[in-house]
Write a protein that binds this ligand. Structure first.
Ligand SMILES: Cc1cc2nc3c(=O)[nH]c(=O)nc-3n(C[C@H](O)[C@H](O)[C@H](O)COP(=O)(O)OP(=O)(O)OC[C@H]3O[C@@H](n4cnc5c(N)ncnc54)[C@H](O)[C@@H]3O)c2cc1C
Length: 472
């Protein structure tokens, strides 16, 4: 048995675990990442970065790396496959980045390697024990003693199960299937570029949906279809190629021929949320903490932002800078956000109509989305741009996200590349704490403020610039 030590063990090298490990490494925390797979699967699963995820990657100088690997820029989002525009939001990134999940993982793992952290592949976490001083984690031939463990090990999380945490929510009745398909010729009416959710081929028949997204290579498409009322007995069983072919024939006719099914996966429409995100020295993040139907394209985005929230808080604790309660604020903030996503996913599922009156309701809902206020509300939900955390301060900016703005030769977001707190001040001011970067600005997005202390994840910590309650 190889005995190792670390400040933090991250179990799982999906997007959540890789983002968290990057955050910890950036703060100088000694992190070990365990991944049960010997190689990255290369499966595309998620296809998008929502605007808030683009913003948080930009805070770390990672967005360009992701965009280099992207295959599309999509001008809007969707709610139950009804396009919703992001343009009412004050953001430099009012679009979705079309990028396969595997490419997001590749970009994050590349950056992690540059920070000197290598993922321990082929190492499945099988057991852990915690005591007052730390956690001992066993994975294959390795035993690691660490101060904290973060379970980023996906929807079937071994960490969550070992903690005995209830995973509560809505038991769906249906299922969905996603497949990356190479057609011999372009399916009738299918776009060759993914520019808007409005030009996707979609259709609904009672309780069923089918959609196609072009993946940036000639005749390569993501096919998604599903049924709200029926699911096979074994959701994990291989999806028969004939089932995929039948779904294509039913929607596009006999003449559309499939050349290759590159990848296919079946998923449930269950929605579940872990009862707690923290038990002692063990945390959950990403799909380990929440799962839901991929409506609106939110799961990966939620996980990456969980990681960003947890990362700086864990790092502050490890470095002896965290005030009491900071680590607990991770669950308070991020479980609330996930609960909201589960709600909006349930609402989207309800908009897959089963009956003529529900069809009428969907048509009415679609009409309502033409109203700018409705667009704003829905796009805020799916994009993550509406996230604001609770704050004891009364100013409306407290807890809100900092909209990016031009500063010097760049942007305010550049100040966050080091992962530290940032004090934005209109008048010269000394650093209130060694962990705070100070930047003089001609204006703040809220004209009545003279100073604002911004958290490493880009939310307003204090509208007076005080570090009290944030750093010791
Ligand atoms: C078909 C489909 C389409 C989707 N589309 C979208 C979309 O368009 N937009 C979106 O935002 N989201 C989408 N999602 C959701 C998205 O894929 C997930 O939310 C995302 O993968 C969660 O990332 P994660 O890192 O938390 O978990 P995972 O990606 O599941 O990663 C967990 C990692 O942990 C590893 N692991 C598991 N157990 C152990 C263990 N015991 N020890 C060590 N390692 C372990 C696994 O091998 C894996 O690498 C989709 C999902 C599916 C299935």
């Amino acid at each position: 048995m190889n005995e190792l030590t670390a400040d933090v063990v991250v179990a799982g090298a999906g997007p959540t675990g890789l983002m968290l490990a990057n955050e910890l490494a950036l703060a100088g925390v000694d992190v070990q990442v365990l991944e049960r797979m010997h190689e990255r699967t290369g499966l595309s699963k998620a296809l998008n970065l929502q605007p808030r995820t683009a913003e948080v990657l930009d805070l770390r100088g990672l967005l360009g790396r992701a965009e280099q690997r992207s295959f599309a820029t999509v001008s809007d989002g969707h709610f139950a496959v009804i396009p919703v525009s992001y343009t009412g939001w004050d953001t430099r990134h009012p679009y979705q980045v079309g990028i396969p999940q595997a490419q997001v993982e590749a970009a994050l793992e590349e950056r992690l390697a540059e920070q000197g952290v290598k993922v321990l592949r082929g190492h499945e976490l099988t057991a852990f024990e915690q005591d007052a001083a730390g956690v001992t984690v066993t994975a294959g031939d390795v035993r690691i003693r660490a101060r904290y463990l973060a379970g980023c090990d996906g929807g079937r999380s071994a960490v969550r199960k070992a903690l005995g945490l209830p995973f509560e929510g809505i038991e769906g009745r249906g299922h969905g299937v996603s497949a990356d398909i190479l057609f011999r010729t372009t399916p009738p009416g299918a776009p060759t570029e993914w520019r808007s959710m409005g030009n996707m081929v979609t259709s609904h028949s009672p309780g069923k949906f089918v959609g196609l997204i072009p993946l940036g290579e000639p005749n390569l498409y993501r096919l998604s279809y599903g049924d709200r009322l029926n699911r096979p007995e074994d959701l994990r069983a291989e999806v028969p190629a004939e089932e995929v072919r039948a779904a294509v024939r039913e929607r596009f006719g006999e003449e559309v021929e499939i050349k290759e099914i590159r990848w296919v996966s079946r998923f449930s429409d269950d929605s579940r949320l872990a009862a707690k995100y923290r038990v002692g020295r063990v945390f959950l993040a990403g799909d380990a903490a929440h799962v839901h139907f991929p409506a609106g394209g939110q799961g990966l985005n939620l996980g990456v932002q969980d990681a960003l929230n947890l990362g700086w808080k864990l790092a502050a604790d490890v470095r002896g800078r965290a005030p009491e309660g900071l680590l607990d604020s991770y669950e308070q903030e991020r479980r609330t956000v996930a609960s909201g996503v589960l709600q909006n996913v349930a609402a989207q599922n309800a908009l897959i109509p089963l009956t003529p009156d529900q069809l009428a309701l969907r048509a009415l809902f679609r009409d309502l989305t033409a109203l700018p206020e409705v667009q704003h509300k829905l796009s805020g939900m799916v994009s993550g741009l509406d996230i604001a955390y609770a704050s004891p301060e009364s100013h409306p900016a407290a807890g809100a996200r900092l909209p990016d703005f031009p500063l010097g030769n760049g942007f305010a977001s550049d100040l966050f590349h080091s992962g530290k707190f940032v004090l934005l001040t209109k008048t010269p001011a000394p650093a209130p704490h060694p962990e705070v970067v100070v930047a003089e600005v001609p204006e703040l997005p809220w004209p009545d403020l003279t100073q604002a202390l911004i958290r490493p994840d880009g939310y307003i910590a204090s509208t007076t610039g005080s570090v009290a309650g944030w750093l010791v």
